[in-house]
Design a protein around this ligand. Structure first.
Ligand code: DCP
Ligand code: CA
Ligand code: CA
Length: 354
């Protein structure tokens, strides 16, 4: 299963400012050289109807905009916060999960279902859960491998769900133009077009040897397999290196009680996440993002692995005290992280001794 959040940065903005809903909204990354220099990061579907899309210069977007259109400066820390929460839902949903970018992930379902219809059911449950818990919509694809699930997720958007059965893979692919094959970039597409290959079906008619001559051994055989829907890439459940949460404070502050309270709540959540995975840790970090957006971190590492909330809180309180003693100014966001992880049960892995 592939899950991709819809118009992600713009949907995050709608989330905290519901007035934006229904109006064209454009999230911008300003380069800072002149007032409007920079590019569109993403836009909601109302703005896309006006032709405003990712990558467009802001100046051009402003020319296409109507009087309802809102332009917003990208707030990457905030989108990361939202992303982390969604990824935690996805992680809990499937034992094997590979985050592919800030707003998308692959989930392995092989061996957990009896039929593809059950996969559709599970996908609907997942969409409902993300909607009720985070009020976000996503588009989901289900297929026999990563390549097909990724492409399926792109078929119906926003709020889509596309399931491709093994027997339908070839007819699904054949009708697409080669540029739609995930992994074929502009250069490869141009070269294929010049070889008279327009659709995936056309590509399937080219022999492996010719593809390898034109594109090299590995890209050649990748193309040969991809147009047949063959992809053996496993969903890589990358080992986590840390568990963390960041939140924006209601108002900028350096009030010790407020900071301790919010940070302790974060710590409890983070330890609970690690606990569910059977993970203990050695290091606790406290991060403050200051009024001027500079970031400062304090950490402490223990001799032994632990997972105890009370003891961890005591350490966290010390970290906050040290932080306030060392840094002036108010904090705007705070984060708590645990790292230096190890599995609690079973044998220690070799890396623990190195
Ligand atoms: N992004 C960006 N610049 C780009 C492309 C994307 O800054 N050229 C950022 C903003 C997007 C986020 O990455 O919200 C995710 O990218 P997607 O390609 O998944 O696009 P969206 O989620 O915005 O839209 P869609 O609904 O098409 O998935
Ligand atoms: Ca997306
Ligand atoms: Ca994406």
């Amino acid at each position: 299963m592939h899950v991709d959040l819809d118009y992600f940065y713009a949907q995050c903005e709608e989330l905290r400012n519901p007035e934006l809903k229904g109006k064209p909204t454009v999230v911008c990354i300003y380069s800072g050289r002149t007032e409007d220099s920079g590019a569109v990061s993403t836009s909601n579907y109302e703005a896309r109807k006006l032709g405003i899309r990712s990558g467009l210069p802001i100046v051009a977007a402003k020319r296409m905009a109507n009087s309802d259109t809102k332009f917003i400066r990208a707030d990457l820390d905030y989108y990361d916060e939202v992303s982390e929460r969604v990824m935690a839902i996805l992680r809990a949903f499937s034992g094997v999960m590979e985050q592919a970018s800030v707003d998308e992930a692959y989930l392995e379902l092989t061996g957990t279902l009896d039929s593809i219809e059950q996969a559709r059911q599970r996908a609907m449950e997942l969409k409902a859960e993300i909607l009720s818990r985070e009020r976000l919509t996503c588009s989901v694809g289900v297929g026999p491998n990563k390549l097909i699930s990724k492409m399926a997720a792109g078929m119906i958007k926003p709020d889509g769900l596309t399931v491709i059965n093994e027997e339908d893979v070839q007819s699904f692919l054949d009708q697409l133009s080669v540029g739609k094959l995930f992994g074929v970039g502009k250069v490869t597409e141009g070269k294929l077009n010049s070889m008279d290959v327009q659709t995936v079906r056309d590509l399937r008619l080219i022999e492996l040897r010719q593809l390898q001559r034109e594109f090299g051994l590995s890209m050649g055989s990748w193309l040969y397999n991809a147009c047949r829907g063959i992809d053996d890439e496993p969903v890589k459940d990358r080992k986590r290196e840390q568990y963390g949460r960041i939140v924006t404070l209601k108002e900028d502050t350096r009030d010790r009680t407020i900071l301790e309270e919010r940070a302790s709540a974060l710590l409890t959540e983070v330890i609970a996440m690690a606990d569910r995975d059977g993970i203990a840790f050695k290091t606790i970090s406290f991060t403050g993002i200051m009024e001027d957006l500079s970031t400062r971190t304090k950490n402490r590492s223990l001799q032994d692995f632990m997972s105890d909330v009370v003891m961890s809180r005591r350490i966290l309180v010390h970290l906050i005290d040290d932080f306030l003693a060392e840094h002036e100014g108010k904090l705007r966001r705070i984060g708590v992280k645990i790292s230096n992880l190890a599995e609690k049960k079973g044998q220690k892995s070799l890396s623990d001794f190195m």
